[in-house]
Write a new protein. Sequence first.
Length: 268
Amino acid sequence: MVSWAITGATRGIGLGFVDNLSIDPKNQVFAIIRSRATAGPLEKLASKRKNIQIVVTDISDPSRLAEAAADVSKITGGSLDVLILNAGSAGPETSVLPPTAFHGKEEALEKEINENVKNNLISNIFVINSFLDLIRNGKEKKVIFISSQSGDVEFTRVTGFATVLGYSVAKAGMNLVMSKFSAELAQEGIKTLSLSPGWVDTDAAKAVTGDPAVRKFVLSAFRKLDPNVNGPISVNESVTDQLQVIRSLTEANSGKFLSHHGNHDEWF
């Protein structure tokens, strides 16, 4: 049996991972969430599939994460094969602003950067360190960070995306952090990967690109990279592609930042 833990498993891509993985009874799936209050679809799925365990915690609180890791350890006998860091946040409303718009708005700039770094970078380091001993005892020994193409310099340069400043900075920073973990833990056989899910049809994506005018702008920008892109892909398609990349992860690719196609140029 392969054990998987997914943070941010209440909805969207996180829930997609839980759904896809739990189809196979040989997988033991831990859905790590912040609250059961908004976890209706996950609760319904877990009631049907006994290989899903829901773990409630706060990824910004190391003491609560230690408790969550202990809960997982009790079930697995002290190990975890794959940890998927999917939880994150798009940050404050200022995410729609480009860098120059923060001139004279220094407090807003600090909030834009700091909130995103806290939620999308520091909290993920907390999670990795809390579950690392379990990963050390696992068979697969894989730590996966669900990143974003917006954290890639070349993607930003070509598309001309000047907004989501803090989010992009935090994702890019966490990509580097994953490489640091890879460098440190390689001798233990632990492999890491930053993985872009693509442009995915989630509620979070709709909140950003749902407006017709915004969608038109986004499509125009994305087509500078890929003239054939017409819209977001489904959660299931994204998760299926990502799992193929995760399962094929070797020491040779550890620490890299890849797309859901397993390369560094097909972002859609």
